[in-house]
Ligand binder design. Structure first.
Ligand code: SF4
Length: 85
């Protein structure tokens, strides 16, 4: 069993551990997104034939996408295209 040390709480320990992490690592974690970048998704502002974001289940009107970050055109397209039934 751990011996309790007066004046040293778990919160103090965690705070000290976080303070020891490099700022760049913390900023990178905060900026991390679960979404793909446009280049990763091979996004284009034009349709791929008859397929476009406006016909994709992942499109979020008026200009968003559930899996690709940034402003998305309803006339765009990317390799994650998932057609509406
Ligand atoms: S085609 Fe790609 S960018 Fe467009 S809505 Fe679907 S997943 Fe998002």
């Amino acid at each position: 069993m751990a011996k309790h040390q007066p004046g040293r709480s778990r919160r103090t320990f965690v705070g000290t551990a976080i303070a020891g992490l490099p700022a760049s690592l913390l900023l990178r974690a905060a900026a991390a997104s679960d979404k793909m970048t446009k280049p990763q998704a091979e996004y284009q502002d034009t349709p791929n034939g008859i397929y476009s974001c406006g016909l994709c289940t992942l499109f979020v009107a008026p200009d968003g996408c559930k899996v690709v970050e940034g402003s998305i055109s309803k006339d765009g397209w990317c390799k994650a295209f998932a057609p509406v039934d």
